[in-house]
Design a protein around this ligand. Sequence first.
Ligand code: GP9
Ligand code: MN
Length: 432
Amino acid sequence: NSADLNKVINFAQEHYAKPNEQMFGVAKGKNVIVIHLESFQQFLINYKLNDQEVTPFLNSLYNSKQTYSFANFFNQVGQGKTSDAENMLETSTYGLPQGSLFSTLGSENTFQAAPAILNQEAGYTSAVFHGNVGSFWNRNDVYKNMGYQYFFDASYYDTSAERLSEYGLKDKYLFHDSVKYLEQLQQPFYTKFITVTNHFPYTLDSADADFPAANTGEASVDNYFVTAHYLDQAIETFFNYLKKSGLYDNSVIILYGDHYGISDSRNLKLASLLGKSASTWSDFDNTQMQRVPFMIHIPGQENGGVQTQYGGEIDVLPTLLHLLGINSSAYLQFGTDLFSKEHDQTVAFRNGSFITPKYTVVSGTIYDNQTGAVVTHPSKVVSDYLAEQKQKVRTELSLSDTLNTKNLLRFYVPAHFTPVDPSLYDYKKQFE
Ligand code: GP9
Ligand code: MN
C-alpha cells in the first residue's frame, strides 16, 4: 500500500501545475454555486434550430466577458455517468473502468473532496440540491464522506405528480423551491444544483414545452432541444432570483454539462442538424461530441471570454481552488488548473482514448483535429509525442484506480486537512 501511495504522490507532485498569478484568488471568499446541466452537450451552445436559439440564456453567459467559457472542455465519464462527473469535479480523481465509483466504493472510501476542503481551508458551508431520492447513485452516503453538510433531496420538495419528470423534480421547481433553504445557509457557501429534466429520453409535458422539437424522426434527438430549452429558462429564472436577492454579486456561478445526451449511435440522426453527413460520420466525430460546457461566471469580471485550451472534468477542482485563492498542492489530484501555464492539455477518456489540442486518438487510430482525417503516417516527432501521451494517460488512469480501489486516501492526510467524519451529518432533518 505505501509503495502504491508513493507512486500516486510522485505522479501528483510531478503533474502539479502551479497557479496562474493573474487568476489566483480572483473569486476569493465568494459563494460558489455549481449548476450541473444534465446531459448537456457543447454543440447546443450558440446553436440555432430553424433559426431559433435553443438556449439563449446560456448563450448569453457563454458569450459574456464576465464568464470564462471553455470551448474545448470534455466530459470524461464512464459507466457511472452523472456520478462519475460529480466524482471528478469534486475530487479530481477518475471514475472506475467499470460501474460507478459512488455506488461501489462511495460508502466506505475516504474522500478529500471540494466541500470538506473548502470548509476547512476557507470556512465554506456546503449543500447539494437535487430533486431525486437521496439514495440514487448512493449520494446519501457519498456526500457525507465528501463532507457535505446539507443534502436537500426529493424529500425536501413537493413532489406531486405534475411537478415531476422522469428523474425527479422538474428543474424550474428545483430552483424555485430550493431558495428557502439556500437563504438559510451561512455564507460563504459552496452549493451544487443537480438538474434532471434534460435527461434521456427527453420527455416533457406539453405545458412545459416552449420550443419546437426537431424532426429527425428519432424522438430522443428531436426532443433534446425541447428539454434543453426548458433547462435554459429554469436557469435564467434562477439568475434573476440571484440578482434580486443580492447573492449574485457575492457569488461565482459554475455551469457544466455532465456527459453526452445523444449517444454515438443516435449521432447519425443528429448529424444532418449539424451540417454533417451520416455516411462520413466517424469515431473522430463521436469524440468531438464529448465536448460539454464549462463556464465560470464571475459577476463584475471583465477579462473572461472564450478559452480555447483543452481540458476536462478532472481539471475542475484544482482550477476552482486556485480561483478561490486556495493552494492545491498538498492534495492528490489528477487534473491540473485550466488557467495554469503548466496545465496538461491532454484529455484522458475512461477507455484510454485521448485528445490533445492537435490530435484525437481513439482505440489506436490517430485523427488530425483540424481536418478529422486519419493520420496514417505520423512523423517521428508526432508518433513519439503521442506514444508518450498514451503512456501518461494509462499511468494516470491506473494510478487513480489504485488510489480509489485500495482506498489509499485513508493513509494520506494532507497538511491542514482533518479527515472527514461522516457521522457528523444527518440529512433527514435540516432547517425544519
Ligand atoms: C438522477 C441523476 C441521473 O438522480 O442524477 O443520473 P444519470 O442517469 O445521468 O447518470
Ligand atoms: Mn447525468
